[in-house]
Design a protein around this ligand. Sequence first.
Ligand code: COI
Length: 347
Amino acid sequence: MRNGGTEKPPGDKLGFGLYYTDHMLIVDYEEGKGWHNPRIEPYHPIELDPAAKVFHYGQTVFEGLKAYRTEDGRVLLFRPQKNFERLNRSCDRLSIPRLDETFLLESLLELIRIERDWVPDAPGTSLYIRPFIIATEPALGLAPSRKYMYMVILSPVGMYYKEGIKPVKIFVEPEYVRAVRGGTGEAKTAGNYAASLKAQEKAEGLGYTQVLWLDGVERRYVEEVGSMNVFFRIGDTVVTPSLNGSVLAGVTRDSVIRLIRHWGIKVEERPLPIDEVLEAARSGTLVEAFGSGTAAVISPIGELNIGGETIAISNNETGELTARLYDTLTGIQFGRLPDPFGWTLEV
Ligand code: COI
């Protein structure tokens, strides 16, 4: 593992989030002064007071997006405005002051222009962008911090899953829940991910890649998978859980829905009982399933464990729509296909 420096790791050894580029972006916030002092500095460890609120009360939010290298050497971002809109919505939920979205985009472009050579070009690789905010005020009283840092770090990455784009096995978690309505489920905040680790470990111990979460009240409705939103193709309709307040509004999720509609395929955003998925699998109408996310892209689901019953989906192979979505989305992101929706932004 390597933190900053000039030596670039080989494209086939990147893994996910193990290497960082030479520079980072930092902006400070202080009550009365607002967000100020934006600067790009060499990548470096930061020093924080042990009483900084982020350590004690988890007041922090983050984002994830990618920069893609095209075959002719250009660098593209994919719908970055959507990430910054969501960052601000997460800030609202965590009582963190918002940042100006034009500033967020422009400062990111400046950072990536400096780190342009770090955008890898090996197949399936990209530069993962991690903007985040932490509460830095050293005070143990439970109240919103009066000081914050906004930072952006960059990491050249390969595939998120060791399976690559092969189907993953998913364990439907019956006991633990990720989020409840009214909680922080739709915010991209560290606590949601910390709360998921126990079940993730359990699923891995049973030989599964990730957990599929059910709703926190009845443990009956599908919500999302560990690091992805989730879609099921049942008969001729694609179904994905609606954004009910505890599901993350994924940028890839939104792009998938728009592509599917554009192709004239029926897509429903609605509450989806896990029993309906099980029933569809038993009756043969569950055609395919996949997850969507920035890190995971489009990930076919080949097997689900629901209450101890194992169901194979698409014979454990990548379904036809899943493959079409993967090819189209990555085709647009890497500039190989036309971009009819105007989703990409050249750096
Ligand atoms: C992303 O897909 O960008 C995420 O933030 C998920 C994270 C667990 C890697």
